[in-house]
Design a protein around this ligand. Sequence first.
Ligand code: HEM
Length: 440
Amino acid sequence: MSGHSTYNPTTGFGKFMDSRLPIARLIHDSFVSFPVPRNLNNFYTFGGILMVMLVSQIVTGIVIAMHFTPESTMAFDSVHLLRRDVSYGNTLQSWHAVGASMFFVAVYIHIFRGLYYGSYKAPREVLWILGVVIYLLMMATAFMGYVLPWGQMSYWGAQVITNFFSAIPLVGDTVREYLLGGYAVGNATLNRFFSLHYLLPFMIAGIVILHVWTLHVTGQTNPTGVEVKSKQDVIPFTPYATVKDAFAMVVFMIVMCYFVFFMPDYLGHADNYIMANPLKTPAHIVPEWYFLPFYAVLRAVDFNIGIPFTEIVLIDSKLGGVLAMFGAIAVLFFVPWLDTSDVRSANYRPMYKIFFWLFVANAVFLGYLGSRPAEGIWIPLMKASTFAYFFHFLVIMPLLGWFEKPLPRPASITDAVLAKAGNGGSSHIEGATAEPQSKG
Ligand code: HEM
């Protein structure tokens, strides 16, 4: 896909470097001449947006760290000192906090785009798996970052989440102690979380490099799901994709600025403006919005699993909840093999398209349920919604490959583009290709 390098150094220095450390060639081949399908839509701009968000979080985070005191009696005050007394400290802190939310907005759109267009199918399984690893690391980073300001939600959130680990049989309590640096959430925990919160984004950056590397080996998909077949199907990354990505980034930043400058606390929780108090539990402990679907899955399991007609419990409700929650993420690793259809893009999969949108609606509903207390009607709804989540991956995806009758696909990307422009390519669409698209 990446083809031959077209980089041609013209200056003496350029030639000198090119035969010793060809970084300019690497950048040119990856971000200038790299061929991308000519029909990418705006949903393909979110990878670039995510890169910008990662850099933005790292840069603002490093400056915030210069003012932050990772000590349990001073952490809360140090954040508020930054907000009130440091020049632009308020904007900086809001940018980082709102940035975390926007990072997740972008990553969810990026993941759903992948699910819709079948981006995970061969030969892009490794690309997808690296993405899921990034997502896991993002969650760990965000969770630990939220603990640092040492507000009520920080403290109690840490209490709840680290408690999950003690559900693991045999080693659970030891793992929790190592994580906390003691028997309870305290100063040692804050120190560890600060250290890890600083480290993980750099690990994410490393995996993003691998992610983009695999992308450059396999090439990007496109809304038709048909692989690139000729030179006509592609255009160079620069200027076409760079301009499109840059425009999307600006729009995304405008939305982000609206939150940063007009409602910086909207996405946070009021209780986190009260300093952590180990003696006072907040009325409702809720995680940040981007964790809510998984929080609903966790609380959906309120029953023990055991051997019927005996009192033997194999998995108690606590471990069951934790397994379901991690399972909800782990299932993503297997998506490339759970989806058995040969057709990549949902545009040509009438049944999958419906189930995809039902899945999106259910995921949003799970998020809403995550914000509700685990009582009354909410519990059966959490169970039903959790069931639907797993049903989609474990039953619908594998079965649809057998039952669904796909729509005719265009023979090539160029045909699809010409047909859309009303330029005679439609005749090719009628003579649809029967070849499996996922085999590359
Ligand atoms: C920091 C987070 C991430 C960054 C910076 C990132 C970056 C990118 C970039 C630049 C692209 C190419 C442009 C595009 O298609 O949008 C891409 C594609 C892709 N990403 Fe990510 N990504 C991230 C997270 C994820 C996650 C969490 C997943 C999945 C769980 C994922 C799965 C994919 C897939 C499958 C593609 C190929 C898309 C296609 O060609 O159809 N990425 N990513």
